[in-house]
Each structure stands twice: as C-alpha cells, then as structure tokens.
Ligand binder design. Structure first.
Ligand code: G3H
Ligand code: 13P
Ligand code: ZN
Length: 350
C-alpha cells in the first residue's frame, strides 16, 4: 500500500501503468509555449547510459535550463526500457540533489509505430515522437492521429511530436538517402488532421556526423568543410502557415571540429565529418523552433575524451577513469550549448 501511495499506479489488464507526473516529469507543452515567447529552444539530448544522463542533468542544473531527455528505439534495445525509465526518474531526483528542480521531459525519439509509442506512454514517458515521415502522406496522418488520440486521452496529457518531410543521413534506425524539405503547403492540413503538439521539419539538417557530402560543401584553406546553409526560407514559410506552432529540428549536432581532430589524433577514423554551424542553430532557436535534437555531438565528445585517456594513460583499466572524464567533457559541451546555441540557460522556471 505504501508503494501505491508513493507512486501512482493504475492496473489495467495486468499492465502496470505509471503516471509521469508521479515520477516528477513534465510534458513539453508549457516548455514550448515559453520557448516560443522567449526566443529560445529546449535542448533535446539523447541518452543511453548513466554517464550521459548525469552529464545532461549536471549541465542543465548548472545553467538552469529546462531539458528533454530522449530515448531512441536503439537506446531501448541497448539499455532496456525499464532501466531507462527508472534512470529518468533518477534524473529528477539527481537534479533535486544538485539543488535545482529543473523541468524534465522523458521523450521517445523517432517512435517507429503505434505499439512502441503506446508502450512508452504506458510506462511513464511524458512525450513521444511518432515518425511517419517515410510513409505516404495519408498514412503518416493516420498513424500520427492514432498516437495522438491515445496520448491525449491519458489522465496526464502526453505530448506528441510528428514529422513531415525527410531528413538525410544515417543512424541505426533512421536512414534516408536524400533529404526532402517539408512542404509548407502541407503543414496546416497535417497538424489540423492529426492534432499533434509539435512538428519536426526538414530544412537541410540530417542525422549523424556527416550531414553533407563533401560535394555539397565548399572548403576552407585548411581543408575543413563548409556546409551549405539551412533552408531558412522554408522555415519562414512554415511559420507563416502555422503562427505560434512549435517546430522541431532533428539532426542538429554541430560536429565540433576540435572533437573530430582529437578523435583522429588518437587513432580514430571519421573522415568528412561536418555538422550544422552553431550560428544557424542559434538563429533557428530564435524562431518557432522550440526543440533542437542533439545526439552525435555527445558521441563525439565522449569518444574524444575516452581516446585521450587511453592514449595518454595506457595503464588505465578502471572504467571510472575514462568514463568520468568523458562525463565531464559532455557536461561542459551541453552547458555551452544551453548558453550559446539554444539560449535556454536561465529559463528553467519560465
Ligand atoms: O535520430 C536518431 C538518434 O541519433 C538516435 O540514434 O538510434 O543510434 O540511438 P540511435
Ligand atoms: P544528430 O545526429 O545531429 O545529433 O541528431 C540527433 C537527432 O535528431 C535525434 O533524433
Ligand atoms: Zn532525429
């Protein structure tokens, strides 16, 4: 009985369903309203393990930023869905322990189908993405609406992100040869038919560390790649169609050249790495873009730090001695992004 008093449980057909509010999480609704008004974006950082989660929370507490912790299908396969959900609960308590109860969303990234989205909603996620962007338009509408109807009918409203348009780039479970920009003429019909709470769009960002081919870029004198600019005209046209509606940017790692250089200096091979320049993300954050997704930069920062330890201290074999510095590097990077790129620092209690 005591446990039931502490955590709100609903027994439904034998499934224990958790209310995200009872574990201290929030959905993204208020966050996006404030981000829209304040001209900043909420950082959405992917996590798969404890060190990544701790780094995200440390950085967001230190900079007093709201945050979206996101879990991909790959992360659920890697770390186990119950462990990840309990880590998000741990994240809430960890922020409290660090002295600042920042608002935290637990979000499913690139939900592949209704079943996975429902499973997350039933298990304490406060927000889900349903990614029907590879489907024909009408099927995307149908699938998104099915998830929205379920998410919005919960006792505690679960927010839903949908996607229109196709991002380029390759990640484990998200792959497309070429990007196709979102069509501004479709967004009113799509959002009104589905009832989604936010919309991920394609304006030239893409997943992974190679966001553009070398042929799409120009080169500086030192050989580094300069990517083509994002399609801000498409973003502006979408904003005009949907004034005040929260827009999401995926594939928004900036692939910092100093991490790429460090990884290669210590034996890594990651040629042709190129990301989205920070100034363009800052510009987007000032617009209707309310959520910006970053995963690859975290991978690069961790890998650079771990390779550095292995190269400089070959006798190290205690994982804490390389995962600790990796966590520190991640925290530094996330804090800088909150301050200089997303502009979310100081907005935890808007
Ligand atoms: O957008 C995709 C994310 O970067 C997740 O990647 O499926 O390898 O966890 P993942
Ligand atoms: P990056 O690969 O640019 O970090 O994008 C992550 C992302 O969009 C997660 O959904
Ligand atoms: Zn994505």
């Amino acid at each position: 009985m005591y446990a039931i008093g502490v955590i709100y449980l609903i027994i439904d057909l034998g499934v224990i369903m958790f209310s995200y509010k009872e574990i201290g999480l929030v959905n993204s609704k208020h966050m996006f309203e404030m981000a829209m008004k304040g001209g900043y974006a909420i950082p959405a950082y992917n996590f798969n393990n404890m060190e990544q989660m701790q780094a995200i929370i440390q950085a967001c507490v230190e900079t007093k930023s709201p945050v979206i912790l996101q879990v991909s299908k790959g992360a659920r396969n890697y770390a186990d869905k119950f462990i990840l959900r309990n880590m998000a609960r741990g994240a809430v308590e960890y922020a409290h322990e660090l002295g600042c109860d920042i608002p935290i969303v637990l979000h499913l990234d690139h939900g592949p189908n209704f079943e996975v989205a429902k499973d997350c909603i039933d298990n304490g996620f406060s927000s889900v993405m349903i990614d029907g962007s590879a489907l024909p338009y009408d099927e995307n509408v149908k699938l998104t609406k099915q998830v929205v109807d379920y998410a919005h009918s919960q006792k505690d409203y679960v927010t839903v992100e949908a996607e229109l348009g196709v991002l380029g780039g390759v990640e484990d479970d998200v792959a497309a040869e070429e990007s196709k920009y979102t069509k501004p003429e479709e967004v009113i019909d799509f959002t009104s038919k589905t009832g989604c709470d936010s919309l991920a769009i394609s304006i030239g960002t893409s997943h992974g560390r190679c966001k553009f081919t070398p042929e799409q870029c120009t080169r500086r004198e030192d050989g580094t790649l300069v990517p083509p600019p994002l399609a801000f005209d498409v973003l502006a046209a979408i904003e005009k169609q949907l004034p005040g509606f929260p827009i999401v940017l995926h594939g928004s790692s900036s692939v910092p050249p100093h991490y790429v250089k460090e990884i290669e200096k210590y034996g890594g091979k990651i040629p042709d790495s190129v990301g989205i320049p920070e100034e363009q993300l800052r510009q987007a954050a000032k617009s209707a873009v309310c959520k910006i997704n970053v995963d690859s930069d975290g991978r690069l920062a961790m890998t650079a730090a771990i390779r550095r330890v292995f190269a400089e201290q070959p006798d190290v074999f205690d994982p804490r001695l390389y995962l600790g510095p990796a966590r520190e590097e991640l925290k530094k990077m996330y804090a800088e992004k909150n301050i200089n790129v997303f502009g979310s620092a100081g907005h935890a209690f808007d």
